[in-house]
Ligand binder design. Structure first.
Ligand SMILES: [Zn+2]
Length: 300
């Protein structure tokens, strides 16, 4: 039996065509705490069900991120990871299980997500993210989330999302610290891109990775959960529009968290008119600079 509030199609947001507002009884039960929220309701829940989100990296950030997106009823979640699960991942990558060591992490994540919410579709991409796969995968999703921990993949994703016109919700962790921002520079000013913040990739070896410097597992849990929150807020508003999501989004802002001090700070990010990616005289027009395969995704 399918039933639920029927609203005129005109009430639906224009860029999610013919949104289906019918929910099964089981869906209404499952999402009842969402539907109670004024900023979500049945229309918001239908918007979540219609959404397609790409999670790059099934690691420390991707684990809570994908779990909360699945639990929230995001209708289609793509998971990209070509790595095999290792024992040292399990200190923070809570979507996996000890018995799955050696298995592909995108497949392992999909198994947990399907058990949590069988109502949604999981698309497994057990592949290395390079320029070709980025060009192929990103246009198939509404929003992209960066859960990787190496600069070549981060720069590839940032450039690809700008050039292919998709919002990017990006988080990073190291030791006891986390950062978060959303990039929607494809919408034009005033939205900055990732290169307005970091014009060039830092030289190899300058910034250590989690596998070199360590990370407190719970820090990845907080940052991945904050990332999920921002993705849901974007979907509940007008995905991909200048109007943005519900509340205040993270485009043009960078959240910095120090877990040892337990202090959150937010700094303003400005669009750089001379930016090589989003500036008026942009020189980065395609992904040719990323032609070489990026190193391993997501060991975060
Ligand atoms: Zn820029």
């Amino acid at each position: 039996m399918r039933w639920g509030p029927r609203l005129p199609r005109a009430a639906a947001r224009p860029h999610i065509p013919a949104m289906d507002l019918d929910f099964t009884e089981a869906e209404l039960h499952r999402y009842s705490r969402h539907i109670l929220l004024q900023d979500v309701g049945a229309i918001g829940q239908a918007r979540l069900r219609a959404a397609r989100v790409l999670v790059v990296g099934a690691g420390g950030l991707g684990a809570p991120l994908a779990l909360y997106l699945a639990a929230a009823g995001v209708g289609t979640i793509g998971v990209v990871d070509h790595d095999a699960l290792e024992l040292s991942n399990l200190q923070r990558q809570v979507i996996h299980a000890t018995a799955r060591i050696g298995r592909n992490k995108a497949e392992s994540a999909a198994e947990t997500l399907a058990g949590l919410n069988p109502e949604i579709r999981i698309e497994v991409h057990a592949t290395r993210l390079d320029a070709a796969t980025a060009r192929d995968l990103i246009p198939r999703y509404d929003i992209v989330c960066d859960g990787t921990d190496n600069f070549p993949t981060r720069f590839l994703l940032g450039d690809a999302c700008h050039l292919l016109g998709r919002p990017l919700v990006s988080a990073a962790v190291l030791r006891f610290e986390g950062q978060l921002s959303t990039y929607k520079s494809h919408l034009g000013a005033p939205h900055p891109c990732h290169r307005c913040l970091h014009p060039e990739m830092p030289p190899e070896g300058l910034v250590p990775s989690c596998s070199e410097a360590g990370v407190l597992g719970a820090v990845t849990g907080v940052m991945g959960t904050l990332q999920a929150t921002e993705v849901l807020k974007e979907i509940l508003g007008l995905v991909g529009s200048a109007e943005g999501g519900i509340g205040e989004g993270m485009s043009g802002r960078l959240l910095l968290w120090d877990a040892l001090d337990m202090r959150f700070r937010t700094v303003r990010l400005r669009r750089d008119p001379d930016c090589a990616l989003c500036g008026e005289r942009a020189t980065i027009r395609d992904l040719s600079a990323h032609a070489a395969p990026a190193p391993l995704v997501c060991r975060a």
